[in-house]
Design a protein around this ligand. Structure first.
Ligand SMILES: CC(C)(COP(=O)(O)OP(=O)(O)OC[C@H]1O[C@@H](n2cnc3c(N)ncnc32)[C@H](O)[C@@H]1OP(=O)(O)O)[C@@H](O)C(=O)NCCC(=O)NCCS
Length: 145
């Protein structure tokens, strides 16, 4: 497994498809809801984890929320690949990019079920944040880089 930026049109299509499949479809959100307005901003960094055969198995993205702070969003690992280090590899890639940009901390809004994953990666809960789709509590988490 390796982590890289999506490049070909097929990789970009798979990237958004996986985001939709993991983060939107289970809550019956419409196709297109997986896109964010700043996805195509050149300053947004996208990470794609590819299996040995090139299959996309995990995604995530990073943008600079402030001059010092990176924000990770849209972390998603294919259900068949969860718990095998893919999410950690995507997060490590995004944090390396943040450090490369001179950012000194990383924040994210974690779904409640994902909080232990981020704690394992060195993040700490700062405060409860929003509730998504009326049912998924989120927590603001932070990690010094
Ligand atoms: C959350 C998610 C991105 C984590 O990715 P993953 O590939 O499953 O996680 P990893 O295998 O890289 O886990 C890394 C470590 O965190 C631990 N971990 C992962 N998920 C965990 C959980 N829910 N509870 C406790 N520990 C967890 C793993 O055991 C592993 O620890 P280890 O190194 O001691 O073995 C992935 O499970 C996912 O896409 N979930 C559904 C969508 C989602 O919630 N996305 C995040 C939105 S904020």
């Amino acid at each position: 497994m390796r982590v890289t930026a999506p490049q070909s049109p097929a990789e970009w299509a798979a990237y958004y498809q996986l985001r939709y499949q993991v983060l939107r479809a289970p809550w019956l959100q419409p196709p297109g809801s997986e896109h964010a307005p700043d996805d195509e901003d050149p300053a947004t960094c996208h990470a794609a984890a590819l299996a040995e055969d090139g299959t996309l198995v995990g995604v995530g993205r990073l943008h600079a929320a402030t001059a010092a702070q990176g924000q990770v969003r849209f972390m998603a690992v294919h259900p068949a690949w969860q718990g095998q280090g893919v999410g950690q590899a995507v997060l490590t890639y995004l944090e390396a990019e943040a450090r490369h940009r001179g950012l000194t901390e990383c924040v994210l809004h974690a779904r409640a079920a994902a909080v232990p994953f981020y704690e394992r990666a060195g993040y700490a809960v700062v405060a409860p944040s929003h509730t998504l789709f009326g049912s998924i509590p989120h927590f603001l988490m932070q990690k010094p880089l």
